[in-house]
Design a protein around this ligand. Structure first.
Ligand code: NAP
Ligand code: MG
Length: 511
């Protein structure tokens, strides 16, 4: 595990010229580690039944991949192998698309919305029943804390199925005077940061509208999608309505290139999203892209500072920074800069990094070695370009992939850490003087997914929000989700919305 030269205090301040105009930030020696130590509180996982091998889920059955090839899924907190996952090739993708097409034609598109809704309600209830087990699996396979998978991911997964179950028989009310028709077969590709939640965001609206699906989970986090497939079996979902093809990027590429797909929904990196856009352009395939972000969290001098600092912590650190809408750039009004930085520095020294199955853990494991390398490379670039790094000295486990909570001061807009997605628990802090300056800085990125505003003045919130080019703006809070609220980006963060009534549109044609 690489980390920047820790020193003897609880926080390593790698370069201490961290204030605005170069004034130093006072360094205090606080031993939060001792004051805040907790006894281990491990979530039980002895009852979890992991299979040695997970097969593909095609036409309602688990089938071995045509290639006969499997890849390992590991626990990033221990580097232990959890299971082998089937690797789907072009032939498997073709079988899955054919199964989806058959069930679209013969069953799902013909079924009244009321009946489709019943299946979705049943799936939502089964997810609730198995929520604890699914949360533990999500944490073991992906490295996120049990606090997050249990209290955020799983409740939202069930809520999404409940929400879209409710729309299945009300499409004529969603779009009054219009005739809503499904598109056909949807190919859906998702990333590793919210494996089940992204599956729910994709599957629930597509199915509610009468489409059938072929889902491709991320390579490092396929396990929970295959447990979800068992729930589909248990709910009696007709064969072929949902098919799951696991595998590397090539499996996703085979899905995108398949001629009998009507719609591609992709969540992932901007780089892959651009590639997919260039393949689907000029074809019959409809496309939605949910891509990267570099969100600005803006703190005005009149903001409730303690509350804002908690919002920053929740927005970037509690999920290892593995969130596309993470508040990864912090803009602080100059008059409160030192106050905010001191509080932030003290607060990150109390964050517990370690076993994600421990209920006290705040920051879990980085999802993969390659993601950890990416974080380290960007942090190195920040140091080389002259920014100053403040880093918690939390003790990191010997095995697994970890990164301590960190932030940079002395960042300028041209630094890579101010422009590129770090996707780790690393924040870039900058200052501003006027609201106009804050807006200009916040919009100065190729992305436009989300933002946060902290101020005591409601009028200021409205003024700022209307000028921010971001799909979601939180005011005096951060990272709050609800299935009824649409989510999506501007510019290189993609197009199309997921969630809410808007989330039905990408899966329908309106006559
Ligand atoms: P990624 O490399 O783009 O992968 C996303 C998915 O696409 C994975 O299933 C991946 O498979 C697959 N894939 C890779 N190459 C492909 C290709 N050529 N054709 C089709 N599919 C392909 O992204 P990631 O690094 O896993 O995820 C992190 C990124 O997702 C970040 O940039 C983040 O901001 C973004 N994200 C956005 C949102 C949002 O709602 N806007 C939500 C979550 C994440 P493998 O796993 O096998 O490579
Ligand atoms: Mg894994």
């Amino acid at each position: 595990m690489s980390r920047r030269k820790p020193n003897s205090s609880q926080l390593a301040i790698v370069n201490r010229n961290g204030g605005p105009d170069g004034q130093p930030i006072a360094k205090r020696r606080l031993d939060f580690g001792k004051r805040w130590s907790y006894a281990p509180a491990l979530e039980a996982n002895s009852y979890i039944k992991l299979r040695n091998r997970y097969q593909l889920f095609i036409n309602g059955r688990f089938v071995s991949p045509k290639s006969g090839q499997y890849f390992d899924s590991i626990n990033p907190a221990t580097e232990e192998k959890l299971a082998e996952i089937g690797s789907a090739n072009k032939g498997d993708v073709d079988l899955a698309v054919k199964a989806a097409r058959r069930s679209y034609k013969n069953v799902w598109s013909k079924m009244p919305g009321r009946e489709r809704g019943k299946y979705l309600f049943r799936i939502a209830r089964l997810i609730q029943e198995k929520a604890r087990e699914l949360a533990v699996l999500e944490t073991m396979d992906g490295g996120k804390t049990i606090k997050e998978s249990r209290d955020i991911d799983l409740p939202l997964v069930a809520a999404h199925f409940f929400y879209y179950a409710g729309w299945a028989d009300k499409l004529e009310y969603a779009f009054p005077g219009r005739k809503a028709r499904p598109l056909g077969v949807a190919g859906q590709i998702i990333p590793w940061n919210f494996p089940l939640l992204m599956a729910a965001w994709k599957l629930a609206p597509a199915l509610a509208c009468g489409n059938t699906c072929v889902l491709k989970p991320a390579e490092t986090t396929s396990i929970t999608a295959l447990h979800l497939a068992e729930i589909f079996q248990e709910a009696g979902l007709p064969d072929g309505v949902v098919n799951i093809v696991t595998g590397p990027g090539e499996t996703g590429s085979a899905l995108v290139n398949h001629p009998d797909i009507d719609k591609i929904a992709f969540t992932g990196s901007t780089e892959v999203g651009k590639r997919i856009a260039s393949i689907t352009v000029g074809t019959k395939k409809k496309l939605t892209l949910e891509l990267g972000g570099k969100a600005a969290n803006i703190i005005f001098e009149d903001a409730p500072i303690d509350q804002a600092v908690e919002g920053i912590i929740a927005g970037i650190y509690f999920n290892q920074g593995h969130v596309c809408c993470a508040g990864s750039r912090l803009f602080v009004q100059e008059s409160v800069f030192l106050n905010v930085i001191r509080k932030l520095r003290d607060r990150i020294s109390t964050l517990r990094v370690g076993d994600p199955l421990d209920k006290n853990t705040d920051i879990g494991a980085i999802n993969s070695r390659s993601q950890l390398d990416k974080i380290c490379e960007l942090v190195d670039s920040g140091l080389k370009q002259g920014a100053q790094l403040v880093q918690s000295r939390a003790r990191l486990p010997a095995k697994g992939y970890w990164y301590p909570p960190s932030f940079f001061t002395g960042v300028t807009a041209s630094h890579r850490i101010a422009q590129e997605e770090i996707f780790g628990p690393v924040l870039s802090v900058m200052t501003f003087r006027t609201p106009e300056e804050a807006i200009a800085h916040a919009n100065n990125t190729p992305y436009g997914l989300s933002a946060g505003v902290w101020t005591d003045k409601g009028s200021k919130i409205f003024k700022i929000v209307n000028q921010l080019r971001a799909g979601v703006v939180w005011a005096n809070t951060y990272n709050k989700f609800d299935p009824a609220s649409p989510f999506g980006g501007y510019k290189e963060s993609g197009f199309g919305r997921e969630g809410g009534r808007h989330g039905l549109l990408p899966y329908l044609t309106l006559g």
